[in-house]
Design a protein around this ligand. Sequence first.
Ligand SMILES: *Cc1c(COP(=O)(O)O)cnc(C)c1O
Length: 354
Amino acid sequence: MANFSRKNSRKNAKKEQKFFITQPLLPEFNAFCKSLKEIYASKWLTNMGQKHFELERALEKELESPNIRLFNNGTIALLVALRALDLPRDSEVITTPFTFAATAHCISLNGLKPVFADIRKDTMTLDADKIEPLITPKTSAILPVHVYGFPCEVEKLRKIAKKHNLKLIYDAAHAFGAKINGQSIANFGDITMFSFHATKLFNTIEGGALAFKDAKLAKKIENLRNFGIENEEFVRDIGINGKMNEIQAAWGLLNLRLYKNEQKKRAKIKKFYDENLGKIKGIKVPQMPKNATNSYQYYPIIIEQNYPLSRDEIYAKFKDENIMTRKYFHPVCTDFDCYKRERERERGIFFIRK
Ligand SMILES: *Cc1c(COP(=O)(O)O)cnc(C)c1O
């Protein structure tokens, strides 16, 4: 309802418009209604319905991956990825502290121990040269993140994983549609996880997927996604409910048609920001390496020491103007209370070892 007392206050009107960090990509409304009608007619809402399979096959094409399996969110997908590789309980997984909480938590929730290695200054991804000194007989895997869509050092990481017989799982939650040397980002390591959360470039409201080359993993992943139930008579594994429903899948099928255009729009905005912010002393705009293409999911800038204001001061000033920026990733995982305690007490997380 209109609030007439504010009708003539331009200042207030301006104050009320908030600029969020991103706007979710929405399917065309009438097309979504048509999909809903189909779902109503089918009376099939979840548990691997028609839209679900349609989206899996469409994503295999889009991401140039031989195997995509959908999930109800990226976190559950990553949880299942780590479980599907049968990593020994209590073993160590080397990862980056400069990521969203889900990356490290998926390791811990699997009864594994996250070991944090430092990141590169330029791409902010896990520094491959910092990994080998951290490898112990207990190390079982490496979990790097293509943070902000910046590609990890995939070739170096592949060599390290092979040399030490470690599994390699990528968190590509930021990198939908990105490429390295013309290759889809989905095609590196044993398994790659994508998130389709509303804030990500391509979204299914909530959702996620695993991409993998080895077809032998498919059955295990499908089984873990559905409570470990293999058939009506037989439960093989300790699984989880990771299924994507038909409404999410329909949303995804429609958004899949739109995301490239969204990237083009964002590329234009990025160019404008690059040209103008790039000139300011003390503000660094990290650029993609020449061999990689951007997903355009984020626009990160780095506030350097020689800028007159601190990052937190700039964040507060923008907020005063109703412009919502984010301090990503703050706090970093090593500063989370749970991992600080872990460091101090040297014991397992959630699964306490004495
Ligand atoms: C969003 C995100 C996730 C989790 O994905 P959800 O779909 O929100 O569960 C994991 N890792 C990173 C780096 C993310 O940004």
